[in-house]
Design a protein around this ligand. Structure first.
Ligand SMILES: [Cu+2]
Length: 115
């Protein structure tokens, strides 16, 4: 009897915890242009546990922005000229996530903080 009550209580707590986490998330979308000068913006902020949508658009044939790489997440995407490319991530810990062009010349950073 008592253990059943505890099991139900535990389940309710878990459901509540999941609900609180999802209510607390602040989804964010950032559009990033890739030109011959690099990424713009080159630095952005994000929150732990909040979905982040990055939309990269290469705007210049010049330079080497035909690819974006996020090494720590194992992500590599081609950037066709003028075609928006969406990358969705949800940072799980504080710190800086870097991204770059295919040759690591253009650099950008996502600064992740608890909110
Ligand atoms: Cu490059």
């Amino acid at each position: 009897m008592r253990s059943k009550f505890l099991r139900i209580l535990t389940s309710l707590c878990l459901i509540l915890a999941v609900a609180v986490v999802s209510i607390d998330a602040h989804p964010k979308t950032v559009r990033i242009s890739v030109t011959k000068n690099g990424f713009s913006p080159g630095s952005l902020n994000a929150e732990v546990g909040s979905p982040l949508t990055l939309i990269f658009t290469r705007r210049s044939r010049e330079g080497c922005g035909d690819k974006v790489v996020i090494p720590s997440l194992g992500i590599t995407r081609n950037l066709p000229l003028g075609k928006p490319v969406t990358i969705k991530i949800t940072p799980r810990s504080e710190g800086t996530i870097t991204f770059s062009c295919g040759m690591n010349m253009y650099k950008g950073s996502i600064v992740v903080q608890e909110h």
